[in-house]
Design a protein around this ligand. Structure first.
Ligand code: ZN
Length: 281
């Protein structure tokens, strides 16, 4: 495909997205708690919706695979009317990165890529909210993901975890304490789509016990994230892990306890396939 042809495809994808945005903005879901809806309305009034700000496309360094842009359109249609929560906090770091942006893989292609990456997984029957669900074995790339719930997620997030495991292993990480993955039906969060993971502790080879974010993550009084140098070794280790993942653009969103009180005890990582707007706070 020529560059002009690719631009035309992106423009047509953008038009479909805009139409989906209009439709969804006109008919917000009615089932959420009133309080959350009030907050959502306030955020939308001030900061717009998920797709209101700078355009998330184009995405990816090469030509899009067959059907990839249609899959992006389907995903964007689900999230278009969500409040633009990440814009609420002024100290967030945004980076537009077309080359690092990941397009959603077709289920078969994704499973092949996971297998090629040496990741052990099974394919569960349909999981509500998740396109192409997979269940990972506990160990990915030598890093053990410890979770009380099965490691069920979207295949695209599983691919990201395979890359994350490489980055974390290079930082000395042996085990990761997973607080939350899929939250079926949760409002306005990539957790509902199986595309987000919360981490409450990380264990490195050099320490005998896990390093919990609650108690060890150091917040900068000036609210910087990766520019801040924590004073304690454990604080530095936690910041280094988050910032290595941010630097490698493994996830679209890297949220630390700097983000808000609701994230005081964990990292939130999510993958927003088709979105070139990376975010750190
Ligand atoms: Zn989360």
């Amino acid at each position: 495909m020529t560059a002009a042809g690719r631009d035309a495809v992106h423009r047509s994808a953008a038009a479909r997205i805009a139409a989906a945005l209009l439709a969804l903005t006109a008919a917000p879901p009615a089932s959420h708690a009133a309080n959350k809806e009030d907050v959502a309305r306030q955020v939308i009034a001030t900061h717009g919706t998920y797709l209101d700000s700078a355009a998330p496309m184009p995405c990816g360094a090469g030509e899009p695979a067959e059907g990839a842009l249609a899959r992006v359109g389907e995903l964007f249609a689900k999230v278009a009317a969500w409040p633009n929560f990440r814009a609420v906090y002024p100290m967030g770091t945004w980076a537009k990165d077309v080359a690092a942006c990941r397009l959603p893989a077709a289920p078969d292609a994704c499973a092949q890529l996971l297998a090629q990456a040496g990741v052990a997984f099974t394919t569960p029957a349909a999981v509500p909210g998740i396109e192409a669900p997979v269940e990972l074995g506990a160990t990915v790339g030598g890093v053990r993901f410890v979770s009380s719930a099965p490691l069920v997620m979207a295949c695209d997030l599983a691919l990201a975890l395979a890359r994350a495991a490489e980055v974390m292993a290079a930082a000395g990480v042996e085990k990761v304490g997973v607080l939350s993955l899929h939250r079926p039906g949760a409002a306005y969060t990539f957790h509902s789509l199986g595309l987000a993971m919360d981490v409450q502790w990380v264990k490195a080879k050099k320490w005998g016990a896990p390093v919990w974010l609650a108690g060890s993550f150091e917040q900068d009084p000036k609210e910087r994230t990766c520019e801040y140098k924590p004073a304690t070794p454990k604080g530095r280790f936690l910041m280094d892990v988050a910032c290595a993942l941010w630097g490698a653009k493994v996830f679209t969103t890297v949220i630390t306890p700097n983000y808000n009180k609701a994230h005081a005890n964990h990292f939130h990582f999510d993958l927003r396939t088709g979105d070139n707007r990376f975010y750190l706070r």
